[in-house]
Design a protein around this ligand. Sequence first.
Ligand code: HEC
Length: 145
Amino acid sequence: MKLKITIAAAMLLATTGLARADGPSAIEMRQVGMSLLSGDFAGIRAVIAAKGDVKTLENPAKAMQRWAALTPSLFPKGTETGGNTKAMPEIWSDAAGFAKASAALGEAAGVMMAAAKAGDADAAAAAVKGIGDACGACHKGYRAK
Ligand code: HEC
């Protein structure tokens, strides 16, 4: 009996150890990333609204573009549920559509990068709308309310 309990305890330890070796949770990573993305976007909008120096928006737009490229990889199989995720099943059943929605954000961020680099305030203001549309389109199809 005592041996059985020891084996059970050892197995429990082994599984917890494994879970830790898996690294950070994909669900938490993508939720935190989306929060940061949201802050990044708010900062971009604030500069546009204040008619600030759009040249400073190149880096935040680049970060957004890199995030968009990474997005599909943060929804691996096995993370459909758990951790309060709002991810909809369509992310996995329509993976091509989800990849396209991610790419759309990447493209919109690229437009912002170009406008920022050129110091073109009008183009940057227009690019904000493109980014907002890309967020909204993906949330509509792939994020639960
Ligand atoms: C390719 C799809 C896609 C794009 C593009 C996208 N999102 Fe999301 N977003 C999601 C999904 C899916 C979730 C839910 C993730 C989860 O709960 O596991 C989410 C969650 C969020 C959240 C909640 C994070 C939390 O704390 O749980 C915020 C805020 C957010 N997105 C903001 C944005 C903004 C701002 C943009 C555009 C700049 C954007 N998203 C673009 C798919 C997308």
